[in-house]
Write a protein that binds this ligand. Structure first.
Ligand code: NDP
Length: 295
């Protein structure tokens, strides 16, 4: 039987509608417009697309967006100066420096320079630490999106065995951590797999909920999962082009075969992808709300 589709595009639209209401309230009751500063260093085409999408999402929701594009040869000191300017700008509640940065810039130093209360990507070690101990103000955008997908598709995580494949700092480690927190949307038993895992399939077959973020197209196949699993496929891999020249995307999961066994599964595209920017908008609104009554 084919799995139920967890439609990120629809869930994301629903969340954006909720965010729009919150923004109207902030403007009406507090005269407060949430503001997001995005900094793009250089002209990497992929990064340009991502920053453009974030800017567009802000515009649609009525979030003030301050985009700064600076050349690839900008010095680290100049970039740090720009971050500091936004740290001190009361119209800005969230700061996002688009990664990757050119090689001559130490990305860690730049991330550490962002004021933690404005770190809407949740990359600053203060926020990573708060996530770990369960007191986070912001959750990193993709893991946060995964939590919402599970919640809004009616997937209970408590007491379930969640297997995460991939241990990156932006997806694998934080989602594993969130899943094991003793709080709603968590309370799962978690296994975290990576390239050092021997016999990956032995672990993935045990999963009630399988979250895959490895960047390897269609690597998880039907023989690696059990019947009734809920699958969250984070992967976005370009595997070719249509005759019209449009890019063809595939997830890290072999959707066609796995959906025959799964109870529910996210498609690629249209699953986790649309959630990431939506949760960035959510974090920006949360950051703005936190400033109420502080001045
Ligand atoms: P990284 O490349 O940073 O990390 C990949 C992780 O997967 C590593 O921990 C690596 O292990 C592990 N891994 C790779 N191959 C295997 C394998 N065959 N078996 C087991 N583990 C493996 O990737 P990201 O987390 O940044 O991204 C993962 C995927 O998710 C990519 O396709 C990316 O494009 C996508 N993505 C999508 C987002 C969205 O919004 N939809 C947002 C972020 C990412 P090791 O540590 O041992 O090297």
């Amino acid at each position: 039987m084919a799995a139920k589709l967890i439609k990120g595009a629809e869930i994301s639209k629903q969340i954006r509608e909720e965010i729009a209401v919150e923004i109207e309230e902030l403007k009406g009751k507090h005269g407060l417009t949430p503001g997001l500063a995005t900094i793009l260093v250089g002209d990497d085409p992929g990064s340009k697309v991502y920053v453009g999408q974030k800017e567009k999402a802000c515009d649609k929701l009525g979030i003030y967006s301050a985009r700064t594009d600076i050349p690839a040869d900008t010095s680290e000191e100049d970039l740090l100066g720009l971050v500091e300017k936004f740290n001190n700008d009361p119209k800005i509640h969230g700061i996002l420096v688009q990664l990757p940065l050119p090689k001559h810039i130490d990305a860690t130093r730049v991330i550490y320079a962002i004021e933690p209360d404005k770190d809407v990507d949740c990359f600053h070690p203060v926020n990573v630490g708060k996530l770990m101990i369960g007191t986070a103000r912001f959750l990193p955008c993709t893991p946060h999106g995964i939590m919402e997908l599970l919640k809004r598709s009616g997937t209970d995580t408590s007491g379930k065995h969640v297997v995460v494949v991939g241990r990156s700092n932006i997806v694998g480690k934080p989602i594993a951590n969130l899943m094991l927190q003793r709080s709603p949307g968590g309370n799962a038993t978690v296994t975290l797999c990576h390239t050092g895992t021997k016999d990956l399939a032995a672990f993935t077959k045990m999963a009630d909920i399988l979250i895959v973020a490895i960047g390897q197209p269609k690597a998880i196949t039907a023989d690696m999962v059990k019947d009734g699993v809920v699958v969250i496929d984070v992967g976005v891999n370009r595997i070719g082009k249509t005759p019209e020249g449009k890019g063809i995307l595939a997830g890290d999961v072999d959707f066609d075969s796995v959906q025959e066994k799964a109870a529910a599964i996210t498609p690629v595209p249209g699953g986790v992808g649309p959630m990431t920017i939506t949760m960035l908008m959510k974090n920006t609104v949360e950051a703005a709300k936190a400033t109420i009554g502080t001045k």
